[in-house]
Write a protein that binds this ligand. Structure first.
Ligand code: PMV
Length: 350
């Protein structure tokens, strides 16, 4: 191995989709079948350090460690990612990458660690390109380029680049939106939807029965795929309007409907499958009951798993957390939950 050329380090958070990406375009590399929009989970992040060394022909192209320890089960995904981005980053063949990544939330809690991890890695690679002057004629800015690279590792990771809501996929609702990278939702975000928080209620912390990769693939011959993609397009336009005008009730309706549509698509795939479990449904019903009783404006969403994300306005923090502790924790595995602010941009540490 040759001398060390550069070292960079980024902290990048996970995100939760409000309108879901579920299904890919039949062409291209990881292009979404419909646009999606997400909020960054600022307190749940990965920290990735990338050390770049000169490479001799005999050297292996990368070394990956998770919190300093080798993690062979992650290597195939990183290897695939580096192979795929080699077309865009031909300079990679001259270097060895030492990648160390670490999450600040427990591994195996069902939180999208790949969004945070690939987000941070995309940022590190884009920074190396920028600092070493390896990128010529790019029309993308640094964040778009980071988003573009992260997307190739994990689609949803490309939305982790911004403090404001991030939109990935072409939509008439957002100027400059692209299938290739996420952009920040510019313009007005209504104050009623600016200071929200997320409590992730951990219902199941095991491996998912069906991975997201396999789930996306099942949209290919899905009987309802076209209707779903068209509905997501409309929901995207509608939620952007709700975010701009402060129509919290409509925002809640879209977010909850999107979560249920995501899982409805899983239940109607061929073969069909279920990722939610009885406690997921019990939590959703308790949230609906609490909202009806108190009139408080909070809502749930789901990722591709059994855990429930409870989204609420920061001004309702005390009441919401009392409700979580008293009513919802009995449905969580070992009473586990994680709290996060919404927003926060990635941070360069080195
Ligand atoms: O990024 P992937 O391939 O893990 O897909 C994630 C898809 C969902 O999390 C279910 C929805 C989304 O838009 O994040």
């Amino acid at each position: 191995m040759g001398e060390k050329i550069i070292e960079v380090s980024f902290q990048c958070s996970s995100n939760i989709a409000l309108v879901k990406y579920w299904g890919k375009k039949p062409h291209g590399v990881q292009l979404p079948a419909n646009p999606s929009i997400s909020w960054n989970l600022g307190d749940l992040y990965a920290t990735t350090t990338l050390k770049v060394f000169q490479r001799d022909t005999s050297d292996t192209p990368f070394v990956f460690t998770l919190s300093g320890k080798s993690k062979p089960s992650f290597e195939p995904k990183i290897e695939q990612f580096l192979l795929k981005i080699a077309v865009d980053c031909p300079w990679l063949k001259n270097y060895i990458l030492h990648i160390d990544s670490e999450n600040n939330f427990p591994h195996g809690t069902g939180i999208a660690s790949s969004a945070a991890g690939f987000g941070a890695l995309g940022l590190c690679i884009a920074k190396v390109e920028e600092d070493l002057g390896l990128l010529q004629n790019s029309t993308m800015d640094f964040w778009q380029r980071s988003s573009y690279l992260s997307r190739i590792g994990s689609g949803s990771a490309c939305r982790s680049m911004y403090a404001a809501p991030a939109v990935w996929g072409e939509t008439l609702a957002v100027e400059g939106s692209s299938d290739l990278y996420a952009v920040e939702l510019g313009g007005e975000i209504h104050p009623l939807l600016t200071h929200w928080r997320d409590v992730v209620l951990i219902v199941d912390d095991g491996e998912k029965a069906v991975s997201s990769t396999a789930g996306h693939a099942l949209l290919k011959d899905h009987p309802y795929a076209e209707a779903r993609f068209a509905k997501a397009q409309l929901n995207l336009i509608d939620i952007v309007r709700a975010i701009r005008t402060g129509d919290v009730n409509r925002f809640i309706e879209i977010v909850e409907s999107e979560a249920l549509q995501l899982h409805a698509m899983m239940m109607t795939s061929v073969p069909y499958y279920l990722l939610i479990c009885p406690n997921t449904l019990a939590i959703i019903e308790k949230i609906w009951q609490y909202r009806a009783e108190t009139g408080m404006r909070l809502c749930f969403t789901l990722d591709a798993g059994a855990n429930v994300h409870l989204l609420y306005d920061k001004k309702d923090e005390t009441d919401t957390m009392n409700f979580v502790r008293k009513v919802l924790l009995p449905y969580c595995k070992n009473e586990q939950y994680l709290c996060s602010v919404i927003g926060l941009k990635p941070k360069q540490l080195r």
